[in-house]
Design a protein around this ligand. Structure first.
Ligand code: HEM
Length: 453
């Protein structure tokens, strides 16, 4: 091992708060500045003298997520904050529980099941288009908000089937509050735990109860003989048996997994689709090429799973949007032992962050990184690129389980909307990324909507 006399470079920061204030003010701007001034490996000084480390080079991303994955786990504070909502679902579990659950959940995302979900995605998007045209023809709509509601509806229906419909409003509201609470916790990591009766905590716990009641009632419904009727993910998870014990998944574990899938599965995808529409609005030629591809292949038929293969340009656009505005813009880890990363030895127990937002703009791997250019995703170029220069869905064994779901849902929703609606971005609005739990347009995305003729 090399000597650890020096850690990666960084900015000195405040004696007590470290770089905390610079980070809080503008996380993405601060990361970009650090990359420019300090290079690919950076020491970030958190309050109380704790060192965090940032790694931007794809080689390090590959080491951390893939080659030496067993030397890393998710940081304690991250898991703690998330688990207030997600319990021990797939995002927050580790070691044996994670491995076991990942194995049990994987078949629910098999391609054969995804095909069945595609028509639901298109149908729900068609309904949204009709309602937008009916209600909003010529009026301004916050497309980011509409897309979030759409992907939540799709995620709820694929997870719970039609049984969720009567609880949809209540559930959506509760999830929204819970998500805001998580964002709040990430902004104020030292905020007391939920059982301390503070107003923010009381609000969160109230909505948590609402969600739990609904999820447990849906589980009970299935247990009372509805199990075989359902083709949703909840039914699929209730049917699986642990190969070691032969037992079904306990109710609490089921609850944790479905809430995890619901949260991870809707907010990220809607953000990605919103950014795609933003970028298309800024690049009329690319938009026009996309519409030509869709119209040429589908005429006016609804997009189906089988059509995605004949819409390669649309998929390239979606991938490029995920490069520039990755919904998961940072991925935290912690070292389980001293780890050698490049010329540094990072001590055991250190928190570190990988940032898709920065690595996806790394000038050694992306020419004119700020330019929106879907041609970067031709097959040849993808094959030639470093495997970890682009990782919007993470990588290694903990790669996003919903990766194929999202890569189907995004293009299907975009194609359906482009077929039916003309979108024009309202001029002079501020569209800036808001790096909270997911990277979303901070003030939404205001669009004028009209029916395509
Ligand atoms: C554009 C959409 C999406 C993006 C950008 C995204 C991104 C990610 C990333 C980066 C990770 C890795 C996190 C880590 O290892 O620290 C992840 C994990 C995960 N994602 Fe996604 N995701 C998306 C859509 C979905 C969907 C649609 C679902 C479910 C229906 C989903 C469920 C999950 C779950 C359960 C995990 C944890 C997997 C594990 O640790 O085994 N995601 N996602």
């Amino acid at each position: 091992m090399k000597s650890n006399s020096n850690l990666p470079p960084g900015f000195p920061g405040h004696w007590f708060l470290g770089n905390g204030q610079d980070y809080q003010r503008d996380p993405l701007g601060f990361y970009s500045k650090l990359k420019k001034k300090c290079g690919d490996s950076v020491t970030l000084k958190a309050p109380l003298g704790i060192n965090w480390f940032l790694f931007f080079h794809p080689d390090d991303v590959e080491t951390i997520l893939h080659k030496e994955k067993d030397k890393f786990c998710k940081p304690g504070f991250f898991v703690r904050s998330m688990s207030y909502l997600l319990g021990k679902g797939l995002v927050t579990s580790e070691s044996k529980l994670w491995k076991n659950q990942r194995q049990l959940l994987t078949p629910a995302f098999h391609k054969s099941r995804l095909v069945g979900m595609a028509s639901l995605m298109t149908e729900e998007t068609e309904k949204l288009c009709e309602s937008l045209i009916r209600k909003s023809n010529g009026k301004v709509v916050d497309l980011a908000n509409e897309l979030q509601r759409l992907t939540l509806r799709i995620a709820s229906l694929t997870l719970f089937g039609a049984d969720i419909e009567k609880h949809e409003k209540e559930f959506g509201y509760a999830l929204d509050i819970a998500l805001k609470h998580l964002n709040f916790r990430f902004a104020f990591p030292i905020y007391p735990p939920p059982w301390i009766p503070l107003p923010e905590n009381i609000r969160f716990r109230k909505q948590l109860k609402v969600m739990d009641k609904i999820v447990y009632s849906l589980i009970a419904l299935r247990k009372n003989g509805e199990l075989d009727k359902g083709n949703d993910i909840l039914s699929a998870l209730m049917k699986v048996k642990d190969p070691d014990t032969g037992r079904s998944m306990p109710d609490k574990q089921l609850r944790d997994e479905v809430i995890t899938l619901l949260l991870a599965g809707h907010d990220t995808t809607s953000a990605a689709i919103a950014w795609t529409f933003f970028l298309l609005s800024k690049h009329p030629q690319i938009l026009s090429n996309a519409i030509d591809e869709i119209d040429g292949n589908l005429k006016s038929a609804s997009p189906r799973f089988e059509n995605l293969q004949s819409l390669p340009y649309l998929t390239m656009i979606f991938k490029e949007s995920l490069r520039l505005f990755p919904p998961a813009w940072g991925q935290p880890r912690q070292t389980l032992e001293d780890v050698e990363l490049g010329k540094y030895i990072i001590p055991k127990g250190s928190p570190l962050v990988l940032s898709q937002y920065i690595t996806h703009r790394h000038p050694d791997f992306w020419e004119n990184p700020e330019t929106f250019d879907p041609e970067r995703f031709t097959q040849d170029k993808e094959v030639a690129r470093h495997n970890f220069a682009y990782f919007p869905f993470g990588g290694g064994p903990r790669i996003c389980i919903g990766y194929q779901f999202a890569m189907m849902e995004g293009p299907l929703i975009i194609a359906t909307i482009l077929q039916r609606i003309k979108l024009e971005m309202v001029a002079n609005q501020e569209v800036i990324p808001d790096p909270t739990f997911t990277l979303k347009p901070k003030f939404g995305l205001k669009m004028n909507i009209s029916k395509r003729v």
